[in-house]
Design a protein around this ligand. Structure first.
Ligand code: EPU
Length: 368
């Protein structure tokens, strides 16, 4: 499903910035819709952003900061505004360290508990996680193979297999697109929550994420508690798993459940897992004793995938879209369809879950 860029992309010059008009976002939305943006800016250096700000590029236009497009659903095939995409690259270990070396093996020889790894926002998330595993740095191994860019990871506080990215973020470096100010958010200032952070709020969409400092353990404990990680390791006779054993296990578990990015259009989990209060939970548990549930500080989390599955939607197909046969939380686009088909399917599923269980399920994907 990987797309070609449109051939009629005209290039204008604004100093050394590359500006493209009527730009195809086909390979920048993993749902795989043929979306075109009125304006598109690829940011290759901080100077690029400063120039755009000086030229008031963001003042009058609807602006969207787009990472890898793996958690976004365009509701229309034309985006009548400006898309800004980070292509900032680079990974530095212990950036504030005075010594010349950034070799993790040398840095680790002084036996530190943690290393700080600074990663630029345009790096690909899964490559960055592989880098940390190759260098025996602990913390992100349960988040392997999540599609998208590093810059997008704090926005919705990506999470999988019992770990959330907030657990490893030290701080987030941003630029305020309205005035060019450099603003640093420490972990606690990001107000991370389940698939949420301050960067998701409308008033904070002006912050362009430049880089993130991750605090990664040099000798860590592996988190094997979630779901079937232990089963997988047992089945494969792995008694004392290493960092890379766990990463490999999760890669395999993910591949069994989720559609392959670039082959079938999807955004991973389409809905958030709803959190219901104790009364609703008890009523449902009586009716469905087998229902999985995870208590947390705000109530009880029920897997939306289970609700959708139980409501009979798994494997459902309608024209170019459907519900993934191995994980009902994932809506898929088989190609050739339009965003409205997914939006219609979303609505039908929401209505049916509401009718059957009395629970409202909300999209996890950002709909723009
Ligand atoms: N379930 C079903 N039928 C289904 C899907 C799930 O019965 O079709 C049941 C499972 O058997 C299990 C429970 O629901 O008992 C939970 O399922 P799973 O472990 O697959 O996790 P999830 O809650 O559906 C969440 C994240 C995923 C993440 C997995 C693993 C959300 C919205 N989704 O899914 O994240 O990979 O846990 O940690 O929190 C993503 O955000 O794109 C994503 C894939």
């Amino acid at each position: 499903m990987k797309g070609q860029r449109t051939t009629d992309n005209r290039q204008q010059t604004l100093s050394n910035n590359i500006i493209r008009n009527q730009y195809s976002l086909l390979d920048l939305n993993t749902m795989g819709f043929k979306v075109v943006a009125k304006n598109f800016y690829e940011i290759n250096s901080l100077k690029d952003i400063d120039q755009l700000i000086e030229n008031n590029v963001f003042c009058n236009e609807k602006t969207l900061i787009l990472g890898g497009g793996s958690n976004i659903l365009f509701s229309d095939e034309y985006f009548d505004g400006t898309v800004i995409h980070s292509n900032l690259k680079g990974i530095t270990i212990n950036p504030e360290d005075d010594s010349e070396s950034s070799d993790p093996q040398i840095l680790k020889s002084s036996n530190p508990e943690f290393l700080i790894v600074r990663c630029m926002s345009g790096e690909v998330w899964k490559d960055f996680v592989d880098f940390t595993i190759d260098n025996n740095l602990y913390g992100l191994e349960n988040l392997v193979d999540i599609p998208g860019s590093v810059g997008a990871s704090p926005v919705q506080n990506i999470g999988a297999y019992g770990v959330e990215v907030k657990d490893c973020i030290d701080c987030v470096y941003t630029i305020d697109l309205t005035n060019g100010d450099r603003v640093i958010f420490r972990n606690e200032e990001c107000h991370f929550a389940y698939r949420d952070s301050i960067f998701k709020r409308e008033e904070n969409k002006k912050y362009f994420i430049v880089a993130i400092d991750f605090k990664l353990r040099c000798n860590g404990q592996l988190n094997l508690e979630y779901g079937n990680i232990k089963d997988y390791l047992e089945k494969n006779d792995i008694v004392s798993p290493t960092l890379s054993d766990v990463a490999k296990a999760i890669k395999n578990i993910r591949a069994e459940k989720l559609p392959e990015v670039g082959v079938v259009g999807s955004v991973g989990s389409f809905f958030q897992n709803p959190i219901v209060d104790e009364d609703i939970f008890r009523r449902l548990k009586e009716l469905y004793p087998e229902m999985p549930s995870y208590p947390n500080e705000n109530g009880v989390k029920i897997p939306a995938g289970w609700l959708i599955d139980k409501a009979g939607w798994k494997s459902y197909k309608e024209n170019h879209v459907g519900v993934w046969d191995k994980q009902a939380l994932v809506l898929v686009h088989y190609g050739g369809g339009k965003p409205e088909e997914i939006l219609n399917l979303m609505k039908k599923i929401q209505d049916s879950v509401k009718e059957k269980f009395g629970i409202e399920i909300k999209p996890e994907v950002n709909i723009v």
